[in-house]
Design a protein around this ligand. Structure first.
Ligand SMILES: Nc1ncnc2c1ncn2[C@@H]1O[C@H](COP(=O)(O)OP(=O)(O)O)[C@@H](O)[C@H]1O
Ligand SMILES: [Mg+2]
Length: 576
């Protein structure tokens, strides 16, 4: 009945919950008073007394209805306020944990599965906190009080009411046992369906392009059916629970009225008392039916909270707390080295990097080339410490990257990747992400160097043009030049270009090349390029195959060797 992990959430809110219980009991009181007044009115009429005596109770009934409306409203406001506060706190914790887990976690887990934890499951806590928990107390106290009152009128009637209450509660307890499991099943099915839907919407273009939508449709249909089955069996159980409960309530009420009628005939009860029994016995069960209405939601809440806790229990891939003793960032152009680095992804079927060693001297540009899946982007993820290698060491400026604290480490690195994420906001906002206090003239200097100033000014709003998901559309080349401007603003000593030009059309390529050269100048650079034409100028080229460095040298040396690099070049020339 009291789900203990959920109960912990109410710490600090016990007084508010007590307030909600009091409000709930006041609502129950208005029902009881109304029942008593109706009984009085009916008794008066049945006794053939003067209509004048009915006016006052009738007016009082109207007043009670109005008062109850006010109380219900107050209860709504109070419970909403409390619950939103609790949910905000949970949301903050969950979000902080998500940030701790970092992009490494998001790479392995689909957005579709994380999103429900952040939104829907936290919303589902409402059912328990706002409705169910206060109602448990209201039911216990309210029904108890009414039962005791009935006991004083007619002890047998009171006993019957009390005898039926546990029946009602047990009928619910029975369904609880089954439903706890079922509720979880529904959420599990729902979560995985949602993940697939989001995947399919995000991958719509690819799906269509490969004519795979039919097949995926079948797959989604199966998933939906699983959700449907879980929901139905959940409903079946909860419907059974409420039917048995309904039966118990009407059975109890009927029995009570029968006994009352017999006692009236035997002269043990006055008509007015029978009337009170008639109306109050159903009021005694009202809090219980209310509880039943919230029962379902409380189990969804418990199931939702389970998965929130499961998420909170996942450990980050890297532990930033171990040794941030050297937090200072390095001046100048630090060198980078990978020494015998071995890494495999959790759940990955093969080793992503095998004993990889290479060095990038101060201010050098080293290119990483290799087929897709060779491990190039993994090098970047490790350098950023999205993951830690299983063995080997990565150093920056002569120190292990584990000796920097995460924020410092990342502040020293700038990544320009294949696709640039632009947030909804103005162009200036997006640029300032790299340097929040940048002045307008700093923005313009960076944008000019990135060959972005002209296309920005070509828009009527200039730097205040809204872009991002819901904003103006920018071409791939324009996005990339904004990314370069952002990187120039950040002005970090180490630059990583991960296929930065591969999604760019021919027309803007020259402008981007020029911008990139300005960005590379004076920085230690790792250049990952799809098009080998862009790596010709690199100080050194490292050829990766299956996560291992198989060749290292300058472009012309490597061509002369007629080995892995030469093969890559030849393969690419065939494609042109
Ligand atoms: N998040 C991930 N989880 C599991 N395996 C991954 C993940 N990212 C990449 N891999 C695998 O690691 C290997 C190297 O990938 P990656 O570094 O992205 O290659 P590249 O950038 O050279 O195309 C590939 O086999 C790829 O399938
Ligand atoms: Mg890659």
């Amino acid at each position: 009945m009291f789900n203990s992990p959920l109960l912990k959430l109410t710490r600090g809110y016990r007084l508010q919950i007590a307030g909600l219980v009091v409000l709930g009991l006041l609502v129950t009181t208005t029902y009881v008073a109304q029942a008593l007044l109706v009984a009085q009115v009916l008794t008066t009429i049945l006794n053939g007394q003067d209509w004048g005596g009915v006016m006052v109770p009738l007016v009082l009934i109207l007043v009670l209805i109005a008062v109850r409306a006010g109380l219900v409203w107050l209860r709504e406001v109070a419970s909403k306020t409390m619950v939103e506060n609790i949910k905000a706190a949970v949301r903050q914790e969950v979000f902080a944990h998500l940030l701790d887990l970092g992009p490494g976690y998001m790479q392995g887990n689909r957005t579709g599965e994380v999103q429900p934890v952040l939104v829907d499951k936290i919303e589902a806590l409402d059912g328990y906190l706002a409705s169910y928990l206060p109602q448990v107390f209201i039911t216990l106290l309210g029904s108890l009080a009414i039962g005791v009152y009935l006991l004083t009128i007619d002890w047998l009637v009171g006993l019957v009411v009390f005898a039926f209450m546990p029946v009602v509660l047990l009928s619910q307890n029975w369904s609880k046992l089954v439903q706890g499991e079922k509720g979880r099943a529904v959420f599990a099915a729902f979560g995985s369906l949602k993940g697939d839907f989001i995947d399919n919407i995000q991958g719509m273009t690819t799906l269509k392009a490969f004519g795979a939508s039919q097949q995926q449709g079948e797959f989604l249909k199966k998933k939906s059916h699983r959700l449907y089955k879980a929901t139905i069996s959940n409903l079946t159980v909860s419907t059974w629970g409420s039917s048995i409960m309904g039966l118990a309530i009407s059975g109890g009420t009927a029995l009570v009225i029968g006994i009352g009628a017999l006692h009236l005939a035997a002269g043990q009860l006055a008509l007015s008392q029978l009337m009170i029994i008639l109306f109050l016995s159903s009021e005694a069960f009202r809090p219980v039916t209310d509880l039943a209405r919230y029962w379902h939601a409380s189990y969804s809440a418990a199931a939702a909270y389970d998965s929130i806790q499961e998420f909170m229990g996942t450990a980050p891939d890297v532990n930033p707390g171990i040794a941030p003793v050297v937090p200072q960032s390095l001046p100048g152009q630090p060198e980078i080295s990978f020494k015998q680095v071995r890494f495999s992804y959790q759940g990955g079927h093969r080793t992503a990097l095998q004993n990889l060693s290479f060095e990038v001297g101060p201010g050098e540009t080293v290119a990483l080339v290799g087929r897709s899946g060779a491990g190039k982007s993994t090098v970047v993820s490790l350098l950023l410490r999205f993951f830690d290698p299983q063995s080997g060491e990565i150093t920056l400026g002569g120190k292990s990257i584990k000796d920097y604290d995460l924020a410092t480490l990342r502040s020293m690195l700038t990544v320009v990747a294949q696709d640039t994420y632009l947030f909804y906001g103005t162009i200036a906002d997006n640029l300032r992400m790299a340097k929040p206090d940048a002045t307008q003239s700093e923005l313009e200097t960076a944008a000019r160097a990135a060959n972005a100033h002209d296309f920005i000014m070509a828009r009527s709003e200039g730097y205040n043009t809204m872009i991002g998901e819901r904003g103006a559309k920018l071409s791939g080349g324009e996005r990339q030049r904004l990314a370069i401007a952002r990187a120039l603003l950040k002005n970090a000593p180490v630059l990583i270009l991960d296929e930065a030009t591969s999604s760019v059309d021919g027309a803007s390529e020259a402008a981007i090349q020029q911008a990139l050269e300005r960005l590379i100048a004076g920085r230690t650079t790792i250049l990952i390029a799809h098009r080998l034409s862009t790596v010709i100028k690199a100080d050194r080229i490292v050829v990766l195959e299956n996560g291992a460095a198989v060749e290292t040298g300058r472009h012309s040396e490597l061509l002369d060797r007629r080995n892995a690099y030469a093969r890559l070049v030849a393969a690419q020339q065939e494609m042109v």
